[in-house]
Write a protein that binds this ligand. Sequence first.
Ligand code: T5A
Length: 222
Amino acid sequence: MRGKFITFEGGEGAGKSTQIRYLATDLQRRGLEVVVTREPGGSAGAEAVRSVILSGAARDFGAAGEALLFSAARIDHIDQLIEPSLAAGKWVLCDRFADSTRAYQGVLGNLDTRLIQALEHVTLKGLKPDLTLMLDLDPKIGMARADARRGKSEAADRFESEGADFHKALRDVFRDIAAAEPARCVVIDASRTQGLVAADIITAVAKHFKLGDGDVVEEAMS
Ligand code: T5A
């Protein structure tokens, strides 16, 4: 049986990487085979593109140029990792996916919606997440978390270094995407403790896929 494809989206420092680990543990305890991956990246070719984009070297290409680079990386990621894993029955948990291109490059980069739709058509070839968890958080808190994790010696990356207005608008865009596709997206309040957020996510996933109650919910909350 084909596996399930779950994506995590949200602003910087919302806790996506942290929460993917909790969910992976829960699903593995249920006996499922899980693949954890991320975008940009997730395959050798896409990781190479990741370092180019996040270094800021492609900033001068503009939003359209960056959208093309994210899409090229996504094609390799889907071909090399996501599709083969789903075909083998594995559950794929992905830290960011096409909604990030819609939000960062599409809306905030002022690109024509038709360009983003055309890129999705070519890149995704019909692949769509079975579920998207939108981690919603005040960007001031998210950026403070990201700053604290990075430490003083490391510079902010290409998108972390955008201003406060950018990150505030980003939150609204992710909320709009979730509101437009309620059957696919669940908004999660990411302002609480890691354990409470994890419990919410595990409950949402269990409900969406009609899994039984996991024992990790209580553990995560304790
Ligand atoms: N991008 C990406 C595009 O522009 N277009 C695209 O198409 C795609 C795919 C990727 C960048 O590329 C952009 C978006 C991004 O700017 P990245 O390094 O992968 O760069 O950046 P993010 O995905 O934003 O990842 P972050 O690591 O910044 O954020 P996370 O994963 O949301 O947060 P996480 O889990 O690493 O947590 C951050 C810190 O907060 C703590 C953690 O311990 C950690 O220190 N934390 C909490 N603290 C308190 N309470 C909680 N509940 C906490 N949860 C986590």
